[in-house]
Design a protein around this ligand. Sequence first.
Ligand code: AMP
Ligand code: GLY
Length: 431
Amino acid sequence: MKLLVIGGGGREHALAWKLKQSPRIHKVFVAPGNAGTALEDGLENLPITTIPDLAEFAKNESIIFTVVGPEAPLAAGIVDTFRSVGLKIFGPTKQATQLEASKDYSKAFMQRHGIPTAAYASFADPAEAHKYLNKKGAPIVIKADGLAAGKGVKVAMTLSSAHAAVDSMLIDNSMGVAGARILIEEFLEGEEVSFIVMADGHHVLPLATSQDHKRLRDGDQGPNTGGMGAYSPASIITSELHTRIISEVIQPVMRGMAQEGQHYTGFLYAGLMIAQDGNINVLEYNCRMGDPEAQPIMLRLKSDLSILVEHAINGTLEKVEAEWDRRTALGVVMAAHGYPEMPRRGDIIYGLSELLSMKTLGEDFHIFQAGTMMGGKDDKEIVTIGGRVLCVTTLGDNVKIAQHRAYEIADKIRFDGCQMRCDIGYLATSF
Ligand code: AMP
Ligand code: GLY
């Protein structure tokens, strides 16, 4: 059986690596993939990027099913196209992807369906936005409406930085069309968690919980990024909170989408803020697996992912359960110089090839690659080509052990300008 994974980041490396572990699967194509997926046994990179060409490839190669990693092809309608020619694919439709692709749509959806989220207003006119800011005061949050790869949110601690963010998005077009409309949202305090499920249109299968680290620097300082590291499980999610999240945050999406004629299929990711008093608020929905959350989650998954996805595509998710490694998994992202604003490309990565060839080093880790390609001398070296470069992901009996191991391995890898947080998992180790 052959499968296709769409995307080329660390999340897709993790998904493809896990799918390939199934004894039923002999090849997983990754389009376009990266140096990590190029080097992995049983994975093959595919230099195809347009949706019609991907569909033609899937037909010609008798691909059993396709799994979509990133939001861009989902928002462009890859699921609709594949289904229209009878191909099996796991992901939401173009219309359902609006839940992530437009924050304005998403917030209105949450309000229609009684889902707890921060109060907000949306603006295309800067003067109106400034007036609203002056009324509300700081701290306050400014968000670009459209897709901005995790970089379209400004958490403004002062009114002047809030006004500046409004001008930057609405007047200077710093986010392009994604920022032509903005949301101004009430500032929420608490602890963030990522709650991700697989959905088949009717049923959901919750995956292990996780916690991301969005800010660039230690202690949650610096600009927002796509995520600098993650671990699973998130200890803050008690079984009582788990039940409430399913009923207050996940089921309303399934019901609401069905009522609106869009049975939701695919990964559904709720970014949540859990307040100290246990109040749950949805910060955002994503219509895909998280990155880097996928890396620790896949390292902990013991079940055959290809079987779970097959059930999801066939609408029978209620028949399966996912089995998880009891240990903690923790992933540390190594990012390029200049990330997130202007990541530099072309730095040679040292130490990685040696680690990849040392099979005896242990089964308690995997180095998932993201912005990498084969290059340098004779195309034998691994070089950086994007913002987030690697995610060193480890398993340990507790967060501290997994963390120690991840940094021990990351310290063996070097490239010029590497940015790495040194405190991934700190919320779970600091008590
Ligand atoms: P989003 O893309 O909406 O998830 O926002 C990115 C990040 O900005 C989140 O992960 C939070 O760290 C932060 N953030 C977003 N909305 C709020 C809010 N209302 N209050 C506080 N922080 C927020
Ligand atoms: N790690 C956050 C995201 O995938 O959106």
